[in-house]
Ligand binder design. Sequence first.
Ligand code: AMP
Length: 264
Amino acid sequence: MIVRFPESLSRVKKLFGWISMVSMLLALAQAEAMQRSSQPLVIVLLGPPGAGKGTHAPPLSEATGLPHISTGDLFRTHIQQGTDLGKLAKTYIDQGNLVPDELVLDMLFDRLKEPDCTQGSILDGFPRTLPQAKSLDARLKGRCAMLVLNFYVPDSILIERIAGRLICRDCKRPYHKLFDPPRETGFCEQCGGSLYTREDDQEAIVRKRLTVYRTETLPLIEYYAAQKDVLKEIDAQNSKDGVFHDILEVIPTSIKARRHLSVQ
Ligand code: AMP
């Protein structure tokens, strides 16, 4: 057999070239994954009113140690306290409209400055418009990883869910007159607070909120789908436990490890 030495040498060189390029790419991917896992994480709960964001956010907060921040709750607190922001926000909320972006952004970004948000947060009901999503991206860029959970539920189920919804005035835990009634009528079984029906949960307002959701918020799905590894779909028609199980499955293992969480 005749071995053409220079030719074999160039093949070997080429092979080493490939091997070193592949290992370089693997190292880069590993470094990126490590950086992402040690970064704070912002989890965005996206979905129409009644999709279950407010139901799953508190146990998710418990499981991950990240604070649950609901812009709707922040506005309702302002309304209860009679602040200028609350009075202004109420005029939009009662009509089923969105509160203007600048008011929401100032309120939310102030909240994100608080020390409990250093490891990240769970955002419920924010962002709801493209300018809100872009402002959030600009604020988090390079400092936080982001995960967006899109809760999918058909409209017929949403109306049925919202029509029977009751909320605790104190701890905000949601109930449903038929599907998840409290043990003692009118009172929260978690904290004993009184239960009430939100004014904007009347059917006509809910329909308006769903229309606003379709025009203003739905485009965010495409926006986040264009970002690598950010958007995860959650089929929110399943049982409460089933949905929560699916949520835990898409939470990065690094976050679960922080809390020694396991999916059963
Ligand atoms: P929620 O409790 O998330 O259903 O919010 C109740 C209402 O608060 C909404 O229907 C809006 O009027 C207002 N709201 C809450 N979050 C936002 C937001 N990110 N942008 C604009 N309006 C909001």
